[in-house]
Design a protein around this ligand. Structure first.
Ligand SMILES: [Mn+2]
Length: 443
């Protein structure tokens, strides 16, 4: 297929043997969009060989691993190999999260296969996701599964691995799927909605500061450009589309967004030739399902359920409206230390996305963002950085793990996106320590 790092092919072969030699599986996947996409790739592939499946979406690793069926862990599992090594069944772990501590990285058991990209020099934060790892195994298992590429890549896009275009293994998979005729590569302005006015009213990702959700502003922009607010992007022609794109880009430049983000507004999208889906649109729909605690709905639409797709689109519409409103208020809610910025949010399921979108489209780029939510006597924290901060050596996953541990909590995640949970009365200490640690790296 393409050149693989040593050892990876052998793992994929062994994993394929497990898929071949069983006819029913239990998929345990992370409940976010990438986790849904990974389960969709595997489920769709397994259905073709008449294998049965049972899928569970979990927020964190299950305390008791259900037994009785071979287990497929997707987008989760790398940091729980001790527990996994104790089950009787065949197991495949397809997780791209790096392990920060000195925990076990491998299981010495023929029946347990751990495919951790970091062990092969592949950056799991940027170059491969749960969805694309599942795709890799699926196409290794059977070539016909290239048709599932749109689902796998949607997972990578959901994990923010396509902001600057796909790279690494994601890119290889996308290009190969395009070459095989399963995906079509398109470079274009991309905002989705029934009409342009509606698309801009609900544009939260990308979010255009000063335009998104601003009815009057949108009306006047479209009037100036002589664009019918009810028309769609396809129908207005290249010239008008370019003019509109320039204005949208300008709103981002005013907020000093980096060039690659601005470019991505007119970026590359992969459209499936078979399922009339776009990686970009699909991941956003799956994101809305996940963020509204409906991961099962996301999987159903991936399995071709039209009603599920319609319902998910409605959820996404409501979600976008809500996020645009929250982004609109975000700047006012921000509080800062010298080297970090943070905000309190009411809804647990919104803070991560809000921190991420804020970091990307709106907030000052010199400080990582922390979204905080009070849950009983604890505070749940989502942290987001920029790629540039990470390049300077910032690792939020490591810091969240280290500092939360210091104050008796838990934490971890990726270098660019991480989280923690600590007791309420420890929040000042957490933020102060974080401020110091970030200063040590970025100053
Ligand atoms: Mn993931």
């Amino acid at each position: 297929m393409f050149e693989f790092p040593e050892g990876l092919e052998e793992k994929l072969n062994r994993a394929s043997t497990i898929l071949e030699s069983n006819d029913k599986f239990r998929i345990i996947t992370h409940y976010d969009a990438d986790g849904i996409s990974a389960s969709a790739v595997l489920t769709r592939s397994l259905m073709k060989v008449q294998a049965g499946f049972h899928t569970s979406f979990v927020e964190s690793f299950p305390e008791n691993i259900p037994e009785g069926l071979p287990l497929l862990f997707t987008d989760i599992g790398n940091s729980h190999l001790d527990q996994i090594s104790r089950v009787e069944e065949d197991v495949i772990v397809l997780d791209h999260h790096d392990i920060k501590s000195d925990k076990k990285r491998e299981i010495e058991d023929e029946k347990k296969i751990v495919i951790n990209p970091h062990e092969y020099g592949i950056d799991g934060a940027q170059e491969v996701s749960g969805g694309t790892l599942a795709l890799l195994l699926a196409v290794w298992f059977d070539n016909v599964n290239w048709e599932e590429a749109v689902y796998g890549l949607a997972g990578a896009a959901a994990d923010k691995q396509a902001v600057d275009g796909f790279t690494g293994l994601n890119k290889k998979l996308a290009e190969k799927a395009a070459e095989e005729g399963y995906l079509e590569e398109r470079t274009d302005l991309f905002i989705d909605g029934k009409g342009i006015k509606e698309a801009l009213m609900k544009a939260c990702d990308p979010y255009f500061p000063g335009i998104s959700g601003e009815r009057k502003e949108i009306k006047s922009i479209l009037k100036d450009l002589d664009i019918d607010p009810e028309s769609n992007l396809k129908s207005i022609g290249q010239e008008k589309k370019r003019e509109l794109a320039s204005l949208l880009v300008l709103s981002l430049l005013k907020k000093r967004r980096p060039a690659e983000l601005v470019e991505s507004i007119r970026g590359v999208h992969y459209r499936s030739r078979y399922h009339s889906l776009d990686t970009d649109r699909l991941y956003k729909i799956l994101n809305s399902c996940a963020r509204n605690n409906r991961p099962g709905l996301g999987l159903s639409l991936c399995l071709g359920d039209e009603n599920a797709l319609e319902e998910a689109k409605e959820i996404r519409d409501g979600y976008r409206t809500e996020m645009v409103e929250k982004l609109d208020d975000l700047e006012e809610k921000m509080e800062t230390y010298d080297h970090i910025q943070y905000f309190y949010e009411e809804e647990k399921t919104r803070k991560g996305e809000l921190a991420g979108l804020g970091m990307l489209y709106l907030l000052p780029l010199d400080k990582p963002v922390f979204g905080l939510v009070k849950v009983d006597d604890e505070i749940d924290i989502s942290a987001r950085a920029t790629r540039e901060m990470v390049n300077k050596g910032l690792d939020l996953g490591e810091l969240c793990s280290k500092i939360s541990e210091r104050v008796g909590g838990t934490g971890g995640g990726h270098d660019i996106a991480a989280g923690a949970r600590i007791k309420k009365d420890k929040i000042d200490r957490f933020l102060e320590s974080m401020n110091k640690e970030v200063a040590a790296v970025l100053d």
